[in-house]
Design a protein around this ligand. Structure first.
Ligand SMILES: *Cc1c(COP(=O)(O)O)cnc(C)c1O
Length: 463
């Protein structure tokens, strides 16, 4: 990622403050296909369209803020993952990134499986008719009720995350007269995040059972002895927003090492290995994510090579992309409320949403891009910070970006790549009404998650 603190050329502000921003794009009206969903473009009037519909029309019909999801793009990306991994592997969409019944149906139709990590996500998946065998149930503290529900429903796998859970799931399955297929989630001491990975990270986190000190091997030992469990494999998830495949390489090496130890000790070759999710997407033009076919090729080669070296049959691989499928498929559409230039600093652009619909900037210091979408403009770029309407100075949606200098209240702006971890992490802070998710496809729009109403809020407040 190359970042310059001082973009070249004359700009709206004479002095630009220090910050982590790139120089403005040559043409602020251009929409980088890396960060926008596939069907996004501009019509003859300069209005941005998606799925054949102008955003001005969407704003009028559905209001702002709104998440606008490009269904064709979602299906394309889901299919690309499915095709890339082929029949000998499984792709589980990580539902926590964004889940709704419509999304479950699209995944089902495109041949993907589904990860859930709560009773609510499981209920959504089942309500949409996803077959339970294609559901994996995750989480570091599944309640007994959640476990029982998952076992009764017949989920394809439960991913076990602790010694207590091994016993708990075995007990519940047995009491229901079932044998539950499980994977054991381990931490391999690799921590991957965006551009770096650490191969010797401390396993100092709440997820998984550490490989270090023989704990993972002990977990497998115990699980193999329990009648209620059928141990089908080992699970490893190393991080999020990862671009560099070398973290997966080290993780796969260590997971295969465990499989080999299990074979040597117990005489069983576990048939599956799950390498988790975490593949990165482009939030700004500086990010260069890999294509699913490159990722599939790399992961398959790594596992095959490691297994050959360990003289193990290559297990069935599964992966769990969430962000990489849904992230790029949606943008958040906002209306500009105020434009406040601060001399020598930047211009604060307030929109009608904020940290309640996108907490990632405040939570992770995430970077986003933004564009004026209701018209084009030839005005000089101005350095902006897009902020929300909440009572919190950290209520920032886009920290540093450029928008045309003639931006005015009433303009529509959009933040791309908000499909993942925005609606799913949305809150009612300041009693904000969580925005709808509007799916567009082939010139038609439909609401797949409706906007909250004040009645919704008051219904929970029982007085
Ligand atoms: C969060 C998570 C994922 C998905 O991560 P993305 O970054 O959205 O791809 C997959 N597997 C597990 C176990 C997770 O916790």
């Amino acid at each position: 990622m190359s970042r310059s603190a001082h973009p070249a050329g004359p700009r709206h502000a004479d002095v630009l403050p220090e910050g982590h921003y790139s120089a403005p794009a040559d043409d602020l009206n251009a929409l980088d296909p890396k960060v926008w969903s596939h069907t996004v473009g501009r019509d003859a009037d300069g209005v941005v369209t998606v799925g054949g519909l102008p955003v001005t029309q969407l704003a009028e019909e559905y209001g702002t803020p709104a998440y606008v999801l490009d269904e064709a793009d979602f299906r394309d990306r889901a299919r690309a993952w499915r095709t890339a991994f082929g029949a000998d592997a499984d792709v589980f969409y990580a539902g926590k990134a964004f889940l709704s019944r419509a999304v479950v149906r699209w995944l089902d139709e495109e041949g993907l499986n589904l990860d859930v990590c709560s009773g609510g996500e499981l209920a959504t998946a089942l309500a949409a008719g996803m077959s339970a065998e294609r559901i994996a149930f995750h989480g570091n503290n599944k309640s007994p009720e959640e476990i029982e529900r998952a076992v009764r429903a017949g989920v394809g796998r439960i991913v076990l995350d602790s010694f207590q859970e091994i016993v708990r799931v075995a007990h519940i399955a047995q009491s229901l007269g079932k044998r539950q297929r499980v994977q054991i989630r381990i931490t391999v001491g690799v921590e991957a995040h965006t551009h770096e990975f650490i191969a010797t990270a401390h396993e100092d986190q709440k997820f998984g059972i550490p490989l270090a000190g023989g704990q993972a091997a002990e977990a497998v030992r115990r699980a193999l002895q329990l009648d209620g469990l059928e141990v089908i494999g080992i699970h490893s998830h190393i991080g999020s927003q990862i671009f560099d495949m070398s973290g997966f390489e080290v993780a796969a090496h260590r997971v295969v090492g465990l499989l080999k130890d299990i074979r040597d000790e117990h005489g069983v070759e576990l048939p599956e290995i799950d390498l988790g999710g975490g593949l990165g997407i482009a939030y700004t033009s500086d990010d260069d994510p890999r294509e699913p076919h490159e990722i599939a090729k790399a992961l398959t080669e790594i596992v095959t090579r490691e297994c050959e070296a360990a003289r193990l049959a290559t297990p069935r691989i599964s992966v769990e992309p969430g962000r990489a499928i849904v992230g790029p498929t949606a943008f958040t559409l906002y209306e500009v409320g105020t434009v406040k230039p601060l001399d020598g600093l930047r211009t604060y652009v307030s929109v009608d949403g904020g940290m309640s619909d996108n907490i990632r900037t405040a939570l992770y210091d995430a970077e986003y891009s933004v564009a004026l979408v209701s018209r084009t403009s030839d005005a000089e770029p101005m350095l902006v910070r897009v902020v929300g309407k909440h009572c919190e100075s950290g209520d920032i949606v886009v920290k540093d970006a450029f928008l045309p200098g003639d931006l005015a209240p009433g303009d529509l702006i959009a933040v791309p790549a908000t499909g993942a971890y925005c609606r799913s992490m949305a809150s009612n802070y300041n009693h904000a009404l969580r925005p709808p998710v509007v799916a567009v496809r082939d010139g038609a729009a439909r609401v797949i998650v409706r906007r909250e109403t004040e009645e919704d809020l008051l219904r929970l407040d029982v007085g």
